[in-house]
Each structure stands twice: as structure tokens, then as C-alpha cells.
Design a protein around this ligand. Sequence first.
Ligand SMILES: [Zn+2]
Length: 126
Amino acid sequence: MEQFVQNLADGLGETKARIYTALKRLSLVEVVEQPHKHWESTQKGARYLKETHKEKLVALIKEQLEAMDDPYLGPPPVIQRKTCRNCHRTMFKHDFGVSEKNADGLTKWCLDCLMEYNESQHYGAF
Ligand SMILES: [Zn+2]
């Protein structure tokens, strides 16, 4: 493992630490504490390093290194969803109305259901 990473680092003109970090981001290695703190390949890593062409692995590592260097690349956005109390579909927050009565600031029903309800109220009365 150590020699493998050293070779990759030499080949890419990178430090070993950065190669390990890139491999960690790919879930191919992990830090093991016992008997002393060191890197070990994960199950995925062991399989991957055996079966994957070196060129493909190098491309994946480069991609990770670039992502690590990109200051604009923050954590992935948290997509908040909510389940409609009426139709029980789980949808994005923007599929709901705004309501100050509820803790999350959204209506309990989705906009589709609200609209349908409003229409039925409007026309159903006559
Ligand atoms: Zn609904």
C-alpha cells in the first residue's frame, strides 16, 4: 500500500498525504488506529486496486485532487423535503405553500392539494 501510494505520488508530482486524502475521499482507504495509526485499504479499495486499470484510478485521483483544490466546491447541498399530509407524496420544499402557523414555515398540504382544495371549495359550493 505504502509503496503503491508512493508510486502514485511520484507519478503525479503530488505528496503522499494528498494521494491518501484523495483515496480516502473515494472510500478506497481508511485510517486504522491499531496497533498504531496507519492507512489501510477498505474492502472496496482492495477490490478496486486489483481490478481497476491504473489509468482509470489515476484519473479518479486527479478528479479528487482538483475537487480538493477548488475553493468554491463546498459540501453538497442539503435537499430538504417534506411529505404532504393529504396526498402523502414527498416533495421539495418549494412544492409547499408558506405558512407561519407551522414550525417549518410551510403548509401541511402541497400546492397541488391546496389548489385542488381551493378549486373544489370555489366551484363545489354552487
Ligand atoms: Zn399533496
